[in-house]
Write a protein that binds this ligand. Structure first.
Ligand code: HAM
Length: 422
């Protein structure tokens, strides 16, 4: 039997995993300065959390969830996204009772969607996401978007576009919904089966149908911006004002509706403009979800957040040819000659590591030449050479790999020397 990785998943191997760690470091640093704290929720949840939270009429719930029955026949689903779990946890753990609000959370972890795999689209992908729950201050909307942009910029991306829209409040959305039904109803027969169902269920979904995206009625569809009531208009204006004040440029796209049902007011996506970046240009998406805590049985606590996949961020870095630190090399490689020296090096190696020095030895009984080669491959800064003579004198030869200079130092001084000089 041949074992191969499931379609749409990836192994992140050494060499590549350093790039992931680098991005995660940036993310954690920026979350710290913005005071978002990490949360970790389960990989699977009760299916209903997503069907109710993300929305019955969405592609995610209709087509893309990994749903299974456990041994007691409960329906569970591998999380396709992080917002519904974050809000569930916020309500369940009564985080709303904390005197400091909004509750600012972030997560990094795998999400699962049964989608058609292609460049930038996987069945298991890692999302970094944030959620600020418990405030409807438009300043938080601007903060959330600014944080996403900071992550991309700090990682080294330049060709970015922030696109925003407002989906308005309940009243505005209702008025828009009626207008959409009127617009499509007469010719709904020309649309796919899914859209025919969407017409009454959630006509907004027709606007981001992958199959019917070129239909002429989509271009002439009523724009949500024409249906915003005064309150929603004022909210959207304030968000734009804050973005402008902090120096973040953006475009407004009235057709940006997002693929999840919980949104109202602010919706946004960040795209890559890089030439050579694949067909999928969306790097991140997010928006405001003011009714979700109540949907999950909690008190009113308006929220906003976004998520980005690490895979797409790394792909965008490749497209812009941004190189990020890969293997940094090790501090010291110990080359030994003879069994006595080898035996001694095992404990010396342990001492070096305990002192915080990255170090390695040979485990394949290689000759000295082979050991030097390994040291070179591992980009060792220092090569420590130990034979019986040195050992008898409690000394060790130390070669600086960069300059080629070699000196003899006391074994007792090795740790202090490397610490000082690397
Ligand atoms: P989403 O737009 O479904 O929103 O996904 C957000 C991001 O996750 C996308 O922009 C993309 O970077 C990444 N992503 C989604 N699907 C895939 C995939 N199959 N392969 C690779 N990357 C993917 C959400 O998930 C919302 N929970 C975002 C949010 C947070 N809204 C408010 N708070």
């Amino acid at each position: 039997m041949e074992f191969i990785i499931p379609r749409g998943t990836q192994d992140i191997l050494p060499g590549e995993s350093e790039r992931w760690q680098y991005i995660e470091e940036i993310v954690r640093g920026i979350c710290h300065t913005h005071q978002y704290k990490e949360m970790r929720t389960p990989i699977f949840e009760h299916t209903e959390l997503f069907s109710r939270g993300v929305g019955e009429s969405t592609d995610i719930v209709q087509k893309e969830m990994y749903t299974f029955a456990d041994k007691k026949n409960r329906s569970l689903t591998l999380r396709p996204e992080g917002t519904a779990p974050a809000v569930r946890s916020f309500v369940e753990n009564k985080l709303f009772a904390n005197p400091i609000q909004p509750t600012k959370l972030y997560y990094i972890g795998p999400m699962f969607r049964y989608e058609r795999p292609q460049n930038g689209r996987y069945r298991q992908f890692y999302q970094f996401g944030i959620e600020a729950i418990g405030s409807s201050d438009p300043a938080i909307d601007a903060e959330v978007m600014a944080l996403a942009m900071s992550v991309y910029r700090k990682a080294g991306l330049k060709n970015l576009k922030l696109v925003i829209n407002s989906l308005g409040d309940k009243t505005s959305r209702h008025a828009h919904r009626e207008a959409l039904i009127n617009h499509f109803e007469g010719r709904i027969g020309e649309f796919c089966g899914d859209c025919q169902k969407r017409l009454k269920q959630n006509p907004l979904r027709i606007l981001d149908c992958k199959q019917d995206r070129d239909h002429e009625l989509l271009k002439s569809a009523p724009s949500i911006l024409d249906y915003l009531n005064d309150e929603s208009k004022a909210y959207f204006a304030k968000v734009q004002q804050y973005l402008t004040n902090i120096g973040i440029s953006f475009e407004i796209d009235p057709n940006l509706v997002r693929g999840l049902d919980y949104y109202n007011h602010t919706a946004f996506e960040i795209m890559s403009n890089a030439k050579g970046f694949g067909a999928i240009t969306t790097l991140a998406g997010g928006g405001r979800y003011d009714g979700l805590t109540e949907e999950f049985g909690g008190p009113k606590a308006p929220g906003i957040g976004f998520a980005m996949s690490i895979e797409r961020l790394l792909a965008a870095l490749d497209a812009e040819d941004v190189k990020i630190a890969a293997d940094q090399g090790i501090d010291c490689y110990i080359v030994t000659l003879g069994e006595q020296a080898k035996d001694y090096s095992v404990s010396l190696l342990h001492k070096l590591r305990e002192a915080g020095i990255s170090a390695e030895i040979d485990y394949e009984q290689k000759k000295m030449k082979g050991q030097f080669k390994s040291a070179d491959r591992m980009h060792a800064k220092y090569i420590a050479i130990l034979g019986e003579d040195e050992l008898n004198q409690q000394k060790i030869k130390l070669k600086d790999a960069k300059t080629g200079e070699q000196q003899e130092i006391l074994l007792d001084e090795l740790i202090a020397f490397i610490k000082e000089n690397s």
